[in-house]
Design a protein. Sequence first.
Length: 281
Amino acid sequence: MKRKILFFSAALLAVVLALLLAFLLLYGPNFGIYLRKPSPQSYGERALTFMENGYYSSVEEWREAKAAAQDALRAAQRYEDTWPILCQALSAAGGKHSRLITPAEEEEAREDPITLPLVSTDSMEHGIVTLVIPEFTQGAEQAQEYAQIVLSWLREHQDAAGVILDLRGNRGGDLAPMICALSPLLPDGPLLGTRYASGQMNTMTLANGAFSGGSGMTVESFKMPETIPIAILTDEWTGSSGEAVLLAFRGLENVRSLSPRQPDMPAPTPSSACTTERRSC
């Protein structure tokens, strides 16, 4: 009897392991899990599948670009051969905001020195606080350092007469440390969101120092006075997550935005894929 129980248990375990193996082989790549190295063609096809979620994937240009990419992928010998092909397909599926980041570029970004926020007050007592919020493309540890610089300054200057938020030159990156750094100036609740090509809305919220957008992040929670005047500066280089920060403040009664432009530079165009709860771009 004991042998039968052991045999049945071993057989059941073998079935479970076989089902798990089949699941990982079939669906593992969707979660970045590969039991065997994919061919350049499989690698490229998987990338094209992800691009089906692109904002412009429902238009004819994307269908033509995908067919051309699939044809070109047949000749790929290495992963590197697929990158120019996938870049062209990406521009059709996701527009100008989409790009392929190669392993070398990703490694280079990790090694780049972090640009931290700059904070200052004017010489007057209870004066104006100026916060220069740069783009951010680093990891979680650097994100906390980035946010804490602003949070510490705001906590020490809760009696400030006003805030100048400088987003000039902020080309984007991870939105989470930017919003968390400025969370004392923002109301809790839905801040903004992105709409997928399917029409589904992804709403990003702030609650007790926790922000659900970007990479997701939580910091200490406190609030500046809701009536504190805030002036936001942008320029032709403010884009992506830099624009999203501006949108998080859009619609608040105590906020005004300014965008001084150089006469020889074209005005930036907000992304058509971006929407918010209180306002849209």
